[in-house]
Each structure stands twice: as structure tokens, then as C-alpha cells.
Ligand binder design. Sequence first.
Ligand SMILES: [Zn+2]
Length: 267
Amino acid sequence: MLITTDGLITRSYPSGEHDRIVHLVTPEHGRLSVMVKGGQSKTNRHAAITQLFTYGNYELYHKSGEMYWLRGGSVLHSFYTLTYDLSRMALGTYVCDVTSELTGEGENAEQLLRLTLNTLHMIDGGDKPQALVKGVFELRAMSMEGYMPNVGGCSVCGAAYPKTSYFDIMYGSVICADCQTGLNSQRSFGNTVAVNELGERRIICPMTDATLAAVRYAVTAPDKKIFSFALSDPEEELYFSRVAETYLLHHLERGFDTLDFYHSVEN
Ligand SMILES: [Zn+2]
């Protein structure tokens, strides 16, 4: 069976001595593993359309129960210029990696794909700090996965905009300072690890008004405006990024080598 679909190359790795397998995240078929015959050769006729960060239109051959094979295609947009800057490339690679991880075969991935393309555009040519773009992507992607944090107000007493508040990573909720003092907590690494009455260890991040507002904005803003806000200084941006990352890693219960690499080269 032949299918034609738009899609983004989110991963690429060698298979055997000559071939290559790419992950193609498509709006309607989810993530497909696609065999590119002879794909390790730089002169392969599909080289241009199988690079990481390429968004294109692909013609695939598929036999039930077997892998997809690339027949041909054309580039719709390439984010190849991301590779001109190590930190941008590293962040783009991590974003694609998360998208691959969150998308299963046969799932509708239209929303996540749109978020990923918008995020790559922002990393590539946008004027927003990388930490902010990364944090928005992480929170938004997790919200689409069914882990939307509830950041409307204190989850215990209901206070709407508490002056001092904490973000509970495990429950994806906000706790005001008064309610938080009820928890037996220990500070470590800027986050607070608290133990509740059930003996559960909880990661509690102290939030400023601005960082809490940023989290709230990232998960509730309309699609087209998700990056349209600013934090006042790089330290706040980094903290926001760290909270978002902790949230994602905790709920996906895994780490990403591509994230470690990004941290080793980030601006
Ligand atoms: Zn409260």
C-alpha cells in the first residue's frame, strides 16, 4: 500500500551497514519508523528529505505488519539552519526527541506536530530566549499528553493568587505558603522535597509571581500566542525552564541524552 503524508523527521539512525531508519511524525498516522534504503550514503537520492529537522511531503510504501519504506518526497520546510549554532541544534534535537517519544504509531499527532514546528521556528529565527521557548514547549507538550497542570490557585485552600506559592511537580498543582507550611519539607537544590502525611516524597518548587504566571500562561494561552510573554531576567527564565523540565521528566519517568547534551552546550 502506498501512502502520501506530510511529516517531520524527528530522529535518524543507521540500520545495518548502508541503510537508515528515520522517525517521521505525521499529523494523521502518528510516528512512523521509515526505512531509507542506502540512507547512510551522502549521495543517496533521498538525502535532502531525510535530514533531521526536515518537514516534507513523503511517499511511503507499507505492507501490513512491516516497516514503512521511503519511496520519495519533497521538502516543505527545512530547519537545517538550526545546525549552524550548537546550542540551537541541541535544543531542536531535544524537542524532536520528546515529540518522537510522545507520539505513537497510528495516533493523531496534529496538535503536537504543530507545537513542535512552532517551537523549531522560534528556536531557529525567533527573538525569544531559548530557556523560555524550551519551558513553554515542555509544559504545553505535557498538557497535550493529559498532564495539564492545574495552576489556577492553591489546590488546598483555593486562594486564587497567593502571594507566595509552590508548584507541586507530582500533582501538577499550586500550594500557597500557608498550606505548604503544613508539609514536612526539606530544601534541596532550590526545589523543596516534601514528605506528606502518606509518606510520599514530593518535589515542591518555590515560585515567584512571575514564574507562576509564566507557567499559567504557557498552559492556557491560545496556540498562536504561547511564546508571547517575557520574564524579567535570565535567572527567572532558567528557573521557569527548570520547573518545566522537572515536570516533564517526572511524568514521563525517563531522562533524555539529548537534554543532557543541550545543558552541556546551552547559551
Ligand atoms: Zn492554600
